[in-house]
Design a protein around this ligand. Sequence first.
Ligand code: NAD
Ligand code: UDP
Length: 334
Amino acid sequence: MNILVTGGAGYIGSHTCVELLQAGHKVIIADNFSNSKSQVLQAIEAITGKKPVFYQIDVADYKALKQLFCENDIDGAIHFAGYKAVGESVQKPLSYYQNNFCTALTLAQVMQEEGVFRLVFSSSATVYGIDNPIPYKEEYPTGAVNPYGRTKVMIEQMLTDLAASDRRWSIALLRYFNPIGAHPSGLLGEDPNGIPNNLLPYIAKVAAGQLPHLNVFGDDYDTRDGTGVRDYLHVVDLAEGHLAAMDYMMEHNGVEAVNLGTGQGSSVIEVLHAFEQACGKQLPYQIAPRRPGDIGEYYAHPGKAERLFGWKAKRSLQQMCADSWRYTCRQNNL
Ligand code: NAD
Ligand code: UDP
């Protein structure tokens, strides 16, 4: 199949392109490099031996996207393009509503005009808000607590309305939990600019000697060691989940919200210890105050993905840390 991957040069998108190419699909990437680098395209080619078609465009640019569809016989799309930093979304809400919502709107509009009705959308566990019991199940009410999360809720609602309006649509709303890790080749991974907000990239920079210690945001949560618990999943498992979702959507119509997580929670301290094992040294940390807006513990109920897509995360926390460390070493010539 010919699959359009918006945001395909990004962290999750690039790993998904690798899996798509290795499964024999043709991949057409649309990315404006607002949060990625062109070297990613060479890495995808080095891993797979195949070259994706690439368009450096803004996905919210109707004319440019229309041209892409005219020049390629697209069978379905996976929509990753968007901004993803929660804190930044509070500082710059308009930029988040504009980029996240307008890319999804323009893509859906062009797909409808071009008669392409298979769409996989990158949603997030953040749509569950703060009041739901764990593990999170897809039927729970949504309600995000920051502009980033609200863009995901709004896009989910728009796509649900769209699917209700025309039976030909087949849309998967994939709610990711905490993707971490890197491609086992060490060629692809997550490399944020500046000081990372997320736990794994931060720990990786401490391990690489670029930051002095990890700040553990709170050790007084009602969890097994007092630190925050999340459902970390390997980015390659996540990428495989997209292929499974796309296969399912080719055979079924309608809209489905589906969690992609392992169903297992790990605490900040457990992740730190797993990374210490991966890099072979002790990593300094300090207990810091809770981060505003953080929830103590959540993880996925992962049963629906297995039931519908036959997909289940396979890779361990240890493997996630080992792959992440390999990528960090390669990036920093360690
Ligand atoms: P990323 O920033 O690495 O990738 C996003 C890509 O989209 C980047 O390459 C960026 O250049 C591109 N992009 C952004 N706006 C664009 C536009 N208007 N036109 C064209 N390209 C554009 O992020 P990621 O971690 O790979 O996340 C991918 C998607 O998954 C995002 O929608 C994100 O909200 C969602 N998600 C991510 C996580 C996570 O923890 N990484 C968790 C849940 C959901
Ligand atoms: N965390 C931390 N120190 C950091 C970054 C994160 O203790 O420097 C904790 C955070 O409080 C949460 C967990 O690690 O309990 C995962 O945070 P992350 O930002 O990676 O993901 P999210 O909060 O989006 O689930």
